[in-house]
Design a protein around this ligand. Structure first.
Ligand SMILES: CC(C)(COP(=O)(O)OP(=O)(O)OC[C@H]1O[C@@H](n2cnc3c(N)ncnc32)[C@H](O)[C@@H]1OP(=O)(O)O)[C@@H](O)C(=O)NCCC(=O)NCCS
Length: 173
């Protein structure tokens, strides 16, 4: 699907790299309990391995990626991901993991809107978000995106999650 970066009004979304700055930022995001408590704990692999896994996700199918959310000043707010749900039957999820210093600016919603639109342009009919019960900030992002709450579902991560879905707009020929 061409260019590696996606641009929005305030953000540049580009693949994470193994630069020292990216690895330090990933470390600082995923060591924080206020982030990882909503992800089922810290990642099981070091940041270099996360970057490698995300690169291979995209190499296998470039509809999917985990992007670094870069602001105009070059700082990185966090990750926006767009990838198949584990144990699913082809469902695709959008997700957001921001450093607490970047919460409260609308970056997660702006980044997610762009990757969802990219996915719909690639022909995907729908996208899901799955949120741990009680994660009000994340459910608010889903609502801002216009996602519909389906209810609590235990299917993908072996834990009960609030599932949201957004259908691609219908194209009128
Ligand atoms: C979930 C998470 C991404 C939400 O981040 P967020 O910054 O609250 O979400 P948004 O990007 O939608 O920003 C909305 C906030 O920015 C504010 N905002 C400020 N300037 C804005 C602007 N120019 N445009 C839009 N919103 C703006 C909004 O008013 C809103 O603030 P409020 O919640 O106080 O009303 C963040 O809390 C997070 O990373 N949490 C830890 C990881 C996590 O839980 N991930 C989800 C797992 S399912």
């Amino acid at each position: 699907m061409g260019d590696d970066a996606l641009h929005t009004e305030r953000l540049r979304l580009r693949p994470w790299t193994t630069s020292a700055a990216d690895l330090a930022r990933l470390t600082d995001i995923y060591r924080r309990d206020e982030v990882t408590r909503w992800l089922g704990g810290p990642p099981s692999v070091p940041p270099e391995e996360l970057v490698a896994r995300w690169a291979s996700l995209r190499a296998r199918d470039d509809r999917f990626c985990c992007w670094a959310i870069e602001c105009h000043d070059g700082s990185v707010a966090g990750t926006v991901l767009f990838k198949p749900l584990p144990n699913g039957v082809g469902e695709v999820e959008v997700g957001w993991h921001l450093h607490p210093d970047s919460w409260g600016h609308g970056y997660a919603t702006e980044a997610a809107r762009a990757v969802i639109q990219r996915g719909f342009e690639a022909g995907l009919p729908e996208v899901y978000a799955v949120v741990r019960p009680g994660n009000e900030a994340s459910m608010a992002v889903c609502r801002r995106l216009g996602m519909q709450l389906l209810g609590r579902i235990r299917r993908w991560y072996d834990v009960e999650l609030e599932a949201f879905r957004l259908m691609a707009p219908t194209v009128v020929e």
